[in-house]
Design a protein around this ligand. Structure first.
Ligand code: ZN
Ligand code: ZN
Length: 228
């Protein structure tokens, strides 16, 4: 586990990230990586001196297989309440099939696409307890602002935490070999609108679904990347 800012850590669940937040006595997890990676989460909970039942919420940036793979196992052990946008909830509740996505341009994307995207995969299904949508403020962890960011995936959302301290950005971008497009888009034009929507916000740090976190000046680095 790698600290992003105070009380926030990046966990590697295979070639996909989860973000763990500490909210007083409770823990909140964003995304659940590839399958069979639940032990990474349990070890992180142990390291913080918490019990598995202290993980109260499991929130998803979107319903792709590389973000929900270990969810069923984590929910079984922790009893966490699950949150997802209604457009993606059926993906979790069936475990697939997944909607198709077109690879973003570039050689690096061709490489990473193969590492993280296999629409033929089937995940262990699990229930979604709560839906959330653009503009919601989730009443947990001191308030989590939900920002709709469709394009990479129809049900994708991002989150702002502690005012403008941290953006949890899902796959709106990735940061594997520098800040870049996600591996692909269901709707590229919409994905680019979502990127600019995020870039217009203020936040210091940002964590995405793939690659390292940006720990400072994240919003201005994204604006620079987009030529804004
Ligand atoms: Zn994705
Ligand atoms: Zn992903």
């Amino acid at each position: 586990m790698k600290k992003i800012i105070d009380d926030a850590w990046l966990l590697g669940l295979g070639n996909a990230n989860a973000v763990l937040l500490r909210d007083g006595d409770d823990l909140v997890l964003f995304d659940a990586g590839f399958p069979d990676k639940e032990q990474v989460v349990f070890d992180a909970i142990d390291q913080l001196g918490k019990r598995r039942s202290d993980l109260k919420h499991l929130i998803f940036t979107h319903g792709h297989p590389d973000h929900i793979g270990s969810a069923a196992a984590i929910v079984r052990e922790t009893g966490a309440t699950t949150w997802m946008h209604a457009a993606d909830a059926p993906l979790a509740e069936t475990g697939g099939p997944f909607r198709s996505m077109t690879r973003a341009p570039g050689l690096m994307h061709a490489l990473v696409f193969r590492m993280v995207w296999n629409p033929e995969e089937r995940m262990q299904p699990f229930g979604i307890d709560r839906h959330m949508a653009d503009g919601d403020v989730l009443p947990l962890a001191g308030g989590l602002r939900v920002i709709g960011t469709p394009g990479h995936c129809a049900g994708q959302v991002a989150f702002l935490w502690r005012g403008e301290r941290l953006l949890i950005g899902g796959d709106a971008f990735m940061n594997v070999f520098g800040l870049a497009d996600p591996v692909g888009f269901e709707d590229e034009a919409e994905g680019r609108r979502s990127q600019r929507k995020l870039a217009a916000l203020q936040f210091d740090a940002a964590a995405f679904g793939h690659g390292g976190a940006l720990t400072s000046k994240a919003a201005s680095r994204i604006r620079h990347k987009l030529g804004m």
